[in-house]
Design a protein around this ligand. Structure first.
Ligand SMILES: [Zn+2]
Length: 543
């Protein structure tokens, strides 16, 4: 008995001494690792910002000595969400303006502008989103009140569609706009020889062009505001689809100084200055920044009938939409990108836009490959063209909330037959066996839960349509979660470092208050992020 006791004590001492040191142990959780087997774990160990192990709580407690232990209280853990298509910088900038959407009167607009100006005490006051059609008096306002409120600060607030704006006198003075001015493609409104402040189309640019570029301090504030909201949604990597190199340099600086933590995958936009920059600097790859792709703009959008279609719009006879450049331009860009070994990501919405780009891609990709060239949106695809994605390993990058935002009128634009090839996510997924998902914020809301809900349930927030929209193209929950994590990582060439919770990967993860894999469809949109971790550091906690 005595010998046995000594042996046991020795064993305990020995196992204590041999415990591996770690920074953090999270236990008592349901962890969806999103590894290839889609396996679950109870606990996870983290060291130096990376995952050391996942497994059973008892096993990991035995094996590791963690400086910090977090009881997850039975909650649910997933890899940090990755938004494969968004506009991070644009969103940050939009947060620096007054949001006037949904205002019900000119008086309400003024109140919002006043409140904004009280917090943002210097420089131009800009805003967007008013719509006089929502007001009791459905007429354009005048700038009279704005002049009284802000005699010394320029104000420019744009209508919801961007085609009209109100400027105060200070802004008009800075732009040199005077009564009697005329211009092509625009109008400066006046009443009895006096400017009303209303500017139409190109006249808006007369004033907006005078707004100074964001200072480094403003840029920092904008990106930090965007980052804060994204962390609160469980996002730990964002694809910014189309930036100039100056914006990339700005991001690099903020990340280096520690002022910006978000991991960003940046596509340079299709402009000569950016190709020159890429030529000179090559690809950029750090733990938080990855620049190795170009964003090209194929055609317009479906809502405004700019998407390029093979047959005329069903609700506008003879109208096909348009490509944004001629095919020779797309071809020469594809040639450059192919030679340099970068990734090409092209916005294509209409079936003609998609066909044009798929054929140009095929010319350079020449069948099966691992270059991961992407078509952003792949929104309307002709039934004869789906196979081009698979045969050339072209990655469709889709935004499920576009389906549920557009479903009210997409059938009008496309007709009953053609619309079946629209928002066809399951059909697209089958082409390569994987599919990255995004939101396209700020065009859509930044919510990852809305993306998940739209992908899986395909209804609006009120539960319409009762049977879901074109449900043959709904994704399973596992597919949707993979699309927001590991498949999004793969579309960025980052699947070896993130996208799943596996040994050696970044400890980017999110704790949710409910299980996104099992919660009822009606309650999916109410799920809350409790905590978000990036590289093992807590970057968000629900108050
Ligand atoms: Zn976009």
């Amino acid at each position: 008995m005595k010998n046995f006791l000594i042996a046991s004590i020795a064993l305990v001492l020995f196992s204590c001494a041999s415990k591996e040191k770690a920074d953090m142990l999270i236990y008592n959780a349901t962890i969806y690792t999103v590894d290839s087997a889609f396996s679950a774990a109870e606990a996870m160990v983290i060291k130096d910002g990376k995952i050391l192990a996942t497994g059973k709580t008892a096993d990991l407690q035995k094996e590791y000595e963690a400086a910090e232990k977090i009881d997850a209280l039975g909650k649910f853990i997933y890899p940090g969400f990755i938004d494969a298509h968004a506009h991070f910088v644009g969103y940050g900038m939009s947060l620096q303006r007054v949001d006037l959407t949904g205002t019900n009167s000119w008086e309400e607009v003024l109140e919002k502008v006043k409140a904004f100006a009280a917090i943002n005490k210097e420089g131009w006051i800009t805003g967007r989103g008013w719509d006089q059609n929502d007001w009791a008096v459905k007429e354009f306002p005048t700038n009279e009140k704005l002049n009284e409120l802000f005699p010394d600060r320029p104000v420019l607030i744009t209508r919801i569609d961007g085609h009209a704006a109100v400027a105060n006198q200070k802004a008009l003075d800075l732009a040199g706009v005077k009564a009697g001015d005329t211009l092509t493609g625009g109008e400066v409104e006046e009443m009895e020889g006096t400017l009303t402040g209303i500017l139409i189309d190109n006249a808006v640019d007369l004033v907006s062009s005078k707004i100074p570029d964001a200072t480094p301090e403003e840029y920092k504030k904008a990106l930090q505001a965007a980052e804060k909201n994204c962390f609160a949604m469980g996002l730990t990597t964002i694809d910014d689809c189309g930036l100039g190199y100056e914006a990339v340099d700005g991001i690099k600086k903020l990340q280096t100084s520690g002022d910006l933590k978000m991991r960003l995958y940046v596509m340079l936009s299709d402009e000569k200055k950016n190709y020159d920059y890429a030529e000179k600097n090559g690809m950029i790859k750090t733990d938080r920044l990855n620049v190795r792709s170009f964003k090209v703009y194929g055609d317009g959008a479906l809502g405004s009938r700019g998407a390029c279609l093979l047959q005329p719009y069903s609700d506008k006879p003879g109208h096909y939409g348009f490509l944004l450049s001629n095919p020779a331009h797309f071809d020469s860009v594809a040639n450059w990108i192919s030679q340099k070994g970068w990734q090409m990501c092209t916005h294509a919405i209409g079936d003609s836009g998609n066909r044009t780009m798929l054929n140009i891609y095929a010319k350079y990709l020449k069948g099966n490959n691992d270059l991961r060239w992407r078509i952003e949106h792949a929104q309307v695809v002709n039934q004869n063209d789906f196979n081009l994605f698979g045969t050339n390993s072209i990655v469709p990058s889709v935004q499920p909330t576009h389906a549920t935002s557009d479903m009210y009128w997409a059938g009008d634009r496309l007709g009953a037959e053609r619309v079946k090839g629209a928002y066809a996510y399951q059909q697209l997924l089958k082409q390569n066996g994987w599919l990255p998902l995004g939101t396209d914020f700020p065009v859509e809301d930044i919510s990852t839960f809305k993306t998940f809900y739209a992908a899986v349930v395909r209804k609006d927030a009120k539960g319409w349509p009762a049977d879901g929209y074109q449900m043959e193209n709904a994704l399973t929950r596992e597919q949707a979660l993979r699309g927001m994590t590991i498949w999004a990582a793969k579309s960025n060439f980052e699947e070896k470092e993130k996208g799943s919770l596996e040994k050696g990967k970044f400890a980017d993860f999110v704790i949710l208050d409910s299980d996104i894999m099992k919660e009822t469809p009606e309650k999916l949109l109410q799920i809350k992020v409790l905590k978000t971790f990036l590289g093992g550091e807590k970057v968000y906690e629900k108050k």
